[in-house]
Design a protein around this ligand. Structure first.
Ligand SMILES: Cc1cc2nc3c(=O)[nH]c(=O)nc-3n(C[C@H](O)[C@H](O)[C@H](O)COP(=O)(O)OP(=O)(O)OC[C@H]3O[C@@H](n4cnc5c(N)ncnc54)[C@H](O)[C@@H]3O)c2cc1C
Length: 380
């Protein structure tokens, strides 16, 4: 059975690791990604706030060695989901089972003025470039703002505002600065009322301005203002934005998307095309766009593929659960454990910020690098 996995992010790495663990050399898996290496989303914050160097957080694919898995560094140019055929700039791949895990593309240029007059911290390039910008910033009006929905890792803008507070405090420029957070949501983390309450309390304690239920529509760099969705303006000296998200053009062109993302069965993760699955940010499965959910979906797809390979029942189902870590600043991290089940309100728990949770988060990263890449994460 030939399995082709498109995208070596959270979803693709977890999926291929499980297939290799389950089938070893008997696996026939091709994993395609255009990048040189994998970067955790949370590592982008580490780099921009000067807590890590870019080279510390990029995990190169070149030494990815797993029995039964071949990594191909290539651009996916076209997908024929009905024929399960993929064109890449390293050749054509035919699959018995095709898994699309291409994530969400980011489009900073879609927000007028963002590229010219602001910064975004969601792409690797944007977050890494901010390291020097933040190191040189001497205080002023800072806005952390979201430009569209949906967006990955909904806690990340809140974390960024709190870490910005720490950064400016450490540099002695907090008292001549303002920090404002502009979010489309009514509370910071809607599925977890206790997490939202803790965040709102932290913002109030740190004098971080909270601007819910609105979006950044544009920046006007000449006048140093951001324009909100309703037309109101806010002055800024430094803008840190979450850019517009969209499905990669290659899946749109393949006719796989409906309303912008790939619809899947929420339990099996199968698309409308037989033998074609999709996991993670590229889907509209109903969980937030976050690595832990992509990973959980990949585990279910792996189980189904392993069952098929062994002639068993392909009956594994996705349970919608994910544990997200939340940086509160001052070295403390909270945990939000949420379960999303189709048709029901999300449920979950909250672990208050602590040093112990920060250690858990570090282990979350090192454990995955060990499993996915078969080596230690030197920096952690
Ligand atoms: C600042 C920030 C902080 C975050 N913090 C967290 C966190 O603490 N916890 C958490 O769970 N999530 C977090 N996330 C979200 C997380 O990074 C994503 O949700 C997760 O990576 C999604 O996994 P995925 O497998 O769907 O896609 P991705 O991990 O994005 O992988 C998609 C892959 O597809 C490749 N690709 C795309 N198009 C092509 C093409 N045409 N050809 C070849 N390759 C292609 C890309 O190179 C990429 O490697 C954070 C995100 C950000 C930006």
């Amino acid at each position: 059975m030939r399995v082709v996995v498109l995208g070596a992010g959270f979803g693709g790495l977890e999926l291929t690791t499980r297939l290799s663990e389950g089938l070893s050399d008997a696996a026939d898996v091709v994993l395609v990604d255009r990048s040189d290496g994998f970067v955790f989303g949370f590592s982008k914050l580490e780099v921009m706030f000067g807590r890590a160097a870019p080279s510390d957080v990029v995990h190169p694919y070149r030494d990815l060695v797993k029995p039964g898995v071949r990594f191909v560094q290539a651009d996916v140019r076209a997908i024929d989901p009905a024929a399960r055929r993929v064109e890449t700039d390293a050749g054509t791949f035919e699959a018995d089972v095709l898994v699309v895990a291409l994530g969400a593309d980011l489009d900073p240029a879609a927000t007028p003025g963002l590229v010219e007059g602001g910064h975004e911290f969601y792409t690797e390039a944007g977050a890494f470039a901010l390291r020097d910008v933040l190191a040189a910033f001497d205080g002023g009006r800072v806005i952390v703002g979201v430009t569209s929905t949906p967006f990955k890792c909904p806690p990340a803008p809140s974390e960024t505002a709190l870490l910005m507070h720490d950064h400016l405090t450490r540099r002695g420029s907090r008292d001549r600065s303002e920090i404002a957070l502009v979010m489309p949501l009514p509370v910071p983390i809607p599925p977890s009322p206790p997490a939202s309450a803790a965040l709102l309390e932290a913002f109030a304690e740190r004098d971080i301005g909270w601007h819910p239920q609105t979006l950044i529509r544009a920046l006007d760099p000449d006048r140093s203002v951001v324009v909100l969705a309703e037309g109101a303006e806010m002055p800024y000296d430094l803008f840190l934005g979450v850019p517009v998200h969209k499905a990669p053009a290659v899946v749109v062109d393949a006719g796989m998307t409906v309303d912008g993302w790939i619809p899947v069965d929420p339990l099996s993760l199968e698309t409308a095309f037989p033998g074609v699955y999709a996991v993670g940010d590229v889907t509209s499965v109903g969980t937030p766009k976050a690595g832990v959910f992509a990973e959980g979906q990949a585990a279910v797809v792996a189980e189904r593929i392993l069952a098929r390979a062994r002639g068993g029942a392909e009956d594994a189902e996705y349970g919608g659960r994910g544990l997200c870590y939340l940086e509160f600043g001052e070295g403390r991290v909270a945990g939000v454990d949420v379960t999303f089940l189709s048709g029901r309100p999300p449920t979950g728990g909250f672990d208050a910020p602590s040093i112990e949770m920060a250690a858990d988060k570090a282990e979350f990263g090192t454990g995955r690098i060990r499993r996915w890449f078969g080596r230690e994460w030197a920096m952690a």
